[in-house]
Write a protein that binds this ligand. Sequence first.
Ligand SMILES: Cc1cc2nc3c(=O)[nH]c(=O)nc-3n(C[C@H](O)[C@H](O)[C@H](O)COP(=O)(O)OP(=O)(O)OC[C@H]3O[C@@H](n4cnc5c(N)ncnc54)[C@H](O)[C@@H]3O)c2cc1C
Length: 337
Amino acid sequence: MDRFFNLKSYNSFGLNVVASHFASLESVEALKALMDEAVFKENKRLVLGGGSNILFLDDFFEGLVIHYSKSGWEVLEEDENEVLICAHAGTDWSNFVDDMVEKGFYGLENLSLIPGNVGAAPMQNIGAYGVELKDCFVQLEALDFQTGKQVTFDRPTCDFGYRSSFFKQGGKGRYLVLSVQFRLKKQGNLNMAYGNISDYLNEQGLENPSLKDLSEAIKSIRRSKLPDPKEIGNSGSFFKNPLMHQLVFEQLQMEFPEIPAFPATNNTVKIPAAWLIDRAGWKGYRKGDAGVHKNQALVLVNYGKASGRELFALAMQIQLDVNKKFGVFLEPEVNIV
Ligand SMILES: Cc1cc2nc3c(=O)[nH]c(=O)nc-3n(C[C@H](O)[C@H](O)[C@H](O)COP(=O)(O)OP(=O)(O)OC[C@H]3O[C@@H](n4cnc5c(N)ncnc54)[C@H](O)[C@@H]3O)c2cc1C
């Protein structure tokens, strides 16, 4: 147990936040032992993975930060078509996807290079390039902080949605994810329909790309579009893309004919939040060390010494302004603590 632990390397905004208590543990037994201690019972708690989807408002976190570090993955079942994999929560997500691609297991390649750990991935049902975690998800094992018991959640009980799950809603703060199971295919169809993946592969002269080619293409596209948190503090997309009913969208379209939208489920459409923020004039904005990335309007950045409050204030200004200009509410994707 560490006292007054600096979380700078545990949050991708690079904020200098000190936690009054910090425990990095590698086994369920150690977690259960921690649950018996006063420090667990008497303090506010926060489970932290890689810290790439979190914004600390204050520079002091009065409470217990729990980091579960058990890493690695194993094959649980296998036949000629499929493989069932269990990955421990502390495994680096991006390395895990690389391992699956190396082994020739299909399903997670479009989620290459997403920062963070496996345990956090179900929290917001991570997604990219037309694929979401839920597409290959089988079940997860979690420790219930209320009962001290280990529980299994299958896909329906996780209640996955767009950048959302039961763990971000009703189950928030109650469970620590210990491991996640995925069913992957040994032969698969590559999903290249989204965005500019096919154009990129064609430019590279890859007409029949392999699993590895697709993963590498996605990594290159991501590197060219998104700032690396090691160089400039950020948390990826700060806001979710808003969903609205087709009829509401049609009204908005009358005023802004060039507004882009993508069909979603139940007569709804998804509007790129980046377009709204850009059109509202925020792209490249900077006040002090808090800003909006010059190429990616959806990414808020810490140029060095911004505080959590400054970044949050900027996010709220953007939220208000977009609401005023377009009548659309932008919901933060990042977890505010
Ligand atoms: C440059 C960049 C690009 C990104 N691109 C994408 C993208 O394309 N798609 C996407 O979906 N996301 C993206 N993200 C967001 C982020 O990578 C994911 O949300 C990731 O899953 C967060 O993992 P983490 O371990 O860093 O979680 P953390 O930030 O540590 O935690 C996130 C939330 O999960 C909780 N949590 C963490 N671990 C556990 C656990 N074991 N059990 C229970 N709760 C836990 C925390 O309490 C917190 O509420 C991006 C972020 C960055 C910085």
